[in-house]
Design a protein. Sequence first.
Length: 577
Amino acid sequence: MIVQRTVEAFGDATFKLGEFAPPDVANPLDLGPGEGILSPEVIPADPGASCIVAVIDHAIPFAHHLLTHGAGHSRVAAIWMMESPVAHPRADIPFGQDLTGVEIDYLRGLDGGPVRRGDKALYRELGLIDPSKPGGRRFLRQDSHGAAVACCAAGFLPDDDTGLAHPLIGVSLPDWALAKTAGALMPMLIQLSVCFILARAQRVSEQFSRAAGRQLTLPVVINMSLGITAGSRDGFSLVERLQDLVAAEPPPGLGPVHFVLSSGNSRQDRVNAVLRRRDRIGWQILPDDHTPSELQIWSAPLALPQKPIRLRLTLPDGRRVVTDFARPLPGFAESFFIYDPHGYELARLTLQGHERPCDTMRQQLSVIVPPTVAPIWDVGIAPIGQWQVQLIDGPGSECDAVIQRDDRLPGFPPGGRQSYFVDPGYRITRSNGQWPDHDPVPPDAMVRLDGTCNAFAWGEAQIRCGAALGPERENPTRSSPYSSLLRNGMNGDLVSTGDRGAALPGILTPGMYNGVMQVMGGTSVATPQAVRWIAARLASGARLETRDEVIAAARAARPGWADPPRVDPPLPWQIRH
């Protein structure tokens, strides 16, 4: 039902995916007999001592040697490549192509496959390496966000039998969804990804049950190293509600299902603030910004009726507008536009009402401004400089203000430039020149560090992972300064290493192909390490059914360390002394 509501929430966009995504291209291939989901060679000796790992990411190299075992059989039970040419249509796959581990092995020439292929040859055969197609260029690169995440979460040397206990299910998101980090279509793709993962996890559990000769309920740990900064941030988005529901009531045939999300990297980006009545804050719009910028104002959940949020918006050239929306209701939406003297749109303001429990409602006032660079002629561009935002009135004494993420991911061409708040009372660095760790008590500025956590990760059951500085022996509790904070000021529920040290950002992770390594940092690479640690505990028989139990287990593993607890599982490519 929640997935259906997600699709319905996008309305016509659901039926216009072809306008966002390149149309599917037929690339018929013989995928073999397709019996089972994993080859018998990768079924562990004790199937019950296993935990399924899943990754929702981008450009996942599913034929990587760290995701194989023995003679090269795939430990990837299933992969959905949303931007792949269609080798064989599936009734339950709306676009792109999915493959099972058995089909991957067949295409590589194992288990009766007619042609022996390496990883590059396999990607080329599937149309993933084809410079003439938009979706055929990503696998030409040596670096890959998905490679780092998938290998940190479930990568093992091919001769390590431990890897057999951690079959991987992946969803490789398309370029067209990630190129703009504001993530307009991301919620729908995340919901579809979760459904795919759970359906394929049930098939893995069934196959392992047959091998064990008894009914198994395998646990699942799902990694999401992606996120946005703006949204309701109260756990009521459809993404959070689906994940909480699945965690509370796992599907038949599965054990505990944990969703582990990156806390985010925006602590110091000045995208989070709290405004009281009459407060005025600057919103800096940057030049050479090729994408729209968005500011959201959220009221507290209050009973009806409510006065509408009223803003005074002052443009850099001094023009001033005061909003005058009608009294909102749940499901209500009203918009008005600001135009320049030539009739071009300079800003769009929309007020919406969002129903909350106990007959309460939250208001969301969004201010969206166009790019500061015209993509084509004869369109409006946003004035560059500092816009002034003043909260005139509203349903409560204060509102949350948050700016949507608008940067670019590694490997994508330049596009968005992150706008930010300008608050004269906020100190960007401490007196010693260091980045601030959290908000003082009480806060002394409108801009806040607490509450900068990924807007997809405010659910009741989700596990949020922050980044810490390594090496762990020298920095057992020190967090990376960019790592976003929960509302309570904690750097996540767990932390893992995101940087080698204060002067050495990032850690060494696998790239797209065998022998290629890359340096990647941030909570994106810390999160799969936490996933790896949780999966190992679940496979060993630990009963970790809730977020609190996972946190308690991590805390017990290192008693005496400050919260949040740190987990740093050994990675196969690291040299440890």
